[in-house]
Structure formats: C-alpha cells, structure tokens
Write a protein that binds this ligand. Structure first.
Ligand SMILES: C[S@@+](CC[C@H](N)C(=O)[O-])C[C@H]1O[C@@H](n2cnc3c(N)ncnc32)[C@H](O)[C@@H]1O
Length: 258
C-alpha cells in the first residue's frame, strides 16, 4: 500500500487507489466501481465537486473550440454519461459528431438515455471498448478528449499511444484530470474535503462509500502536471502544455499530432 504519487515512469497499472494490485487486476476493480455508481454518477459529480466539474468541462470545450461546420469528428474516451460529448456538439452549433467510448456499459447506457432526451442521437454514438485498444482505424478523428478518465485506465502509455494513432495529422489531444494542488491553504482544505466529506456523501447519497474512497485515492496517485505532460510528449505529441483550474485541483493538458 502506498500513498505516493506515481511519476512519469508509471505505476498506475498496479495501483487501485492506495492498494497495490497485480497487473491485470485493476481494470475489473475499476469497472465494478463504475457499475456501482453509474445511476448516481451525475448527481455525485455535482455534490463531490460542488458543481465545479461543470466549469472545468466548459473550459475544456472552450479551449477545444470545435469548428462550426459539418464533417469534424471527436472521440471522447472514458466518456461515460456523455458530459463532454454533449458540450462539444453544442459548442459546434450542432455540427460536430462525437463518439463516446467507454469500457463500462452501465455508464454508456446512462449516456445513451441522456443523448435521446437531448435529441442528440444523430450527433453521437456510443462504443463500449477499452481506451488501451481502440476499435478504430489510424487517423480517424480530428480531436481526442478524455475527462476524469485517464487515471482509471491501467496502462496509461497504451492509451496515449492509441490516442496518437487514431488522430489525424494536425489532430488535437485534450485531457482533463484531477491533479496536484499548488496552493498552501487550499491543499489542506481540499485534503479534508476529499478524504472525509466525499466518501460520506457517497455513503449517504448512493448508499456506498467505498467507490468514492477509490476515486479520491486514485486522484492522489496520478502523476502531477509536469510528469503527465512528459508522458504525453513521450507518446509523440507536440506543443504539450497544461492549464491549472482551481489552484491545480484539476488540470487540462493539451497536445497536437503534428
Ligand atoms: C470518472 S468517469 C468520467 C466520465 C466522464 N468523462 C465525465 O467527465 O463525466 C471515468 C470513466 O472512465 C471509464 N473507464 C475506466 N477505464 C477505462 C478504460 N480502460 N477504457 C475506457 N474507459 C474507461 C469508466 O468506465 C468511467 O466511465
């Protein structure tokens, strides 16, 4: 058991939150978490982040700035219930096509229902697959997005290599993830909120605190901003930069396939 952040050299493959697990074990444990939380996922996101995930997601889509013309395709990996995909379609004035890919059928089912309610079926499709082995030909997409997903993927390097492969030359990679807080007082408040309040809210609202303890611990294990940027560069991306939100609680990494 280790509470140390992993570095650019890896380590996420064998950590399930703070627990050390055998390579190959993590994915099924993560899948169990998201099967358990799928129906309450959107509500819990609002409660756990005090609504801030909405602002961070809006900022991600604003930075992506999808073109307002038909024929532009984005792949939203670990897309879950569709939050990023729906925002992108809206920001493109209804022109973009978004493929929501997730390994978890329960999360996708919620996403499909939400797409139908928003009448976005023509702009979206939902694919159950692993980020480490994307079922698409090389150079298929104009953009690849992933929000609060990459830290759940065991083999992050494999997922980044796949992102690079399926992007067209000139394509954009954007990854939103919880990261390392760089403000002295905020880190204490955030620490206390994460480890005390979030599992309790999970217990109270969803009747189950354990999945939320995993989510919090996995945030602390994920490589910090610089180390993750180095991983993205190693996968072949150019012009890799990041922006912090809310003092580094979340960070948005950007790269280009040039
Ligand atoms: C915290 S949710 C994020 C959902 C959505 N992107 C959002 O921001 O609201 C993480 C998602 O990652 C998915 N996931 C975990 N491992 C994955 C993998 N190897 N490939 C694809 N999706 C994965 C989970 O099923 C879950 O839906």
């Amino acid at each position: 058991m280790s509470e140390q952040r992993t570095t650019a050299t890896g380590g996420m493959e064998t950590s399930y939150g703070y627990k050390d697990v055998a390579a190959g074990e993590k994915q099924s444990m993560v899948n169990e978490v998201f099967h358990r939380v799928a129906n309450r996922y959107d509500l819990m996101n609002d409660l756990m982040s005090a609504g801030m995930h909405r602002l961070w997601k809006d900022a991600m889509v604003a930075w992506l700035n999808p073109p307002k013309r038909p024929g532009w395709k984005v792949l939203d990996v670990a897309g879950g219930t569709g939050d990023i995909a729906f925002r992108i379609v809206d920001a493109s004035h209804g022109h973009a096509h978004a493929t929501v890919l997730d390994i978890n059928g329960s999360m996708l089912e919620v996403g499909r229902e939400r797409a139908a309610r928003r009448r976005l079926e023509a702009n979206t499709d939902f694919v159950e697959a692993n980020a480490e082995e994307l079922p698409f030909a090389d150079e298929t997409f104009d953009a690849y997005t992933i929000a609060f997903g990459i830290r759940n993927v065991p083999r992050i390097e494999a997922a980044l290599a796949e992102a690079w492969r399926v992007l067209k030359p000139g394509g954009r990679f954007l990854c939103l993830e919880f990261s390392e807080v760089d403000m002295p007082l905020l880190d204490k408040v955030y620490e206390s909120w994460s480890f005390n309040a979030i599992p309790r809210i999970g217990q109270f609202v969803a009747g189950d605190g354990e999945p939320y303890a995993y989510l919090v611990e996995s945030i602390r294990k994920f490589p910090n901003q610089e180390n993750f940027a180095a991983m993205i560069r190693r996968a072949g991306f150019d012009r890799v930069t990041f922006r912090n939100y809310s003092g580094g609680i979340a960070a948005l990494h950007s790269g280009w396939k040039l």
